[in-house]
Design a protein around this ligand. Sequence first.
Ligand code: ACO
Length: 333
Amino acid sequence: MTGLDGIVVAETRLSRIDGEAGQLIVKGKHLDELTTLSFEEVAELLWETRPNLGPARVEAYRRLPELPDQPLPALQAALATLNTNDPDLVAATVPVALAAWNRRGQKPLEPDPQAGHVEDFLRLFHGPAPSHQATKALTVYLATVAEHGLNASTFTARVVASTGAHASDVVLAALCALKGPLHGGAPGPVLDLLDSLSPDTVEVQLRERLKNRERLMGFGHRVYRTRDPRAEVLKQAVQSLGGSPRLALAARTEDVAHRLLAEHKPDRPLRTNVEFYTAILLEALGFPREAFTALFATGRVLGWLAHAQEQRATGRLLRPRAAYVGPEPSLHR
Ligand code: ACO
């Protein structure tokens, strides 16, 4: 019963995940079709209204507060005072605050309302205008992670939306669910893992980790029982950037990890998940690893807001029950 596996708590028109087949469908589109869309088109697909993110980025910039030193708290600080149901402003606040966080100590760059969302974000974050390939690769990443059913953060978003809270608070709450390592937090640790491995000793080192009951970051998934389809799309995005020096070691690590995990848990297929190649792609795009989870939020904010909209339309507060297994009151009172 614990873990809510297999429990249906909502109907959704947003996505279907087939964990056995390793397939993700978002609003009737396969991943390879979804990743041809611009960020704005993915938002329109999920929200069923055309976003106007350029002016929203400018407004988000205007409303930026003093930001804390860590990226997720920085996004949360920017959202905390918004008190808005405007999905454009909420979705725009995430990248604008993240870029401002990266330039802490300096004045953040001003958004260009005419630019594409992803192109403008890359410029706000890094400074120079991005290459077409970098914009395309990040667009693919953000589309790939935009929506993925009732994962921990999206479930959180729906619960908070069901209370009638503002869209900005829905996203603020969903961000909290990304703070642990088990959901959305693995790409940084994936790079730590790859840093610690050398090609000749991958097998010995991974065996040692499993013997110590450590989880191999970037492997396993609550729903997929095969390779996460998003992993392949992101691997191709790394290749489209001209590759990464890490790719060879990553491929070897995947092979060895699959073999060792199959020995370790023969009844539980544990395969590569989305976080593995996310780590390599985001690094190749020049992002610091501490920003990886916040980048995931830059894409997933579209799914959170779409689920919030769906949940609100039901008009129903989410309120499951817990089975009480605590002590009974004393009979002698
Ligand atoms: N390495 C080693 N063992 C693992 C791994 C792993 N990566 N994943 C699962 N296992 C083990 C578990 O310890 C568990 O063993 P136990 O029964 O002896 O305790 C067993 O396999 C069953 O695990 P599942 O039920 O399949 O795993 P669960 O659904 O609870 O967790 C999760 C899924 C959290 C993703 C897990 O596989 C994990 O911790 N992976 C590493 C972290 C990671 O990559 N997170 C990112 C996930 S993708 C995303 O969030 C977008």
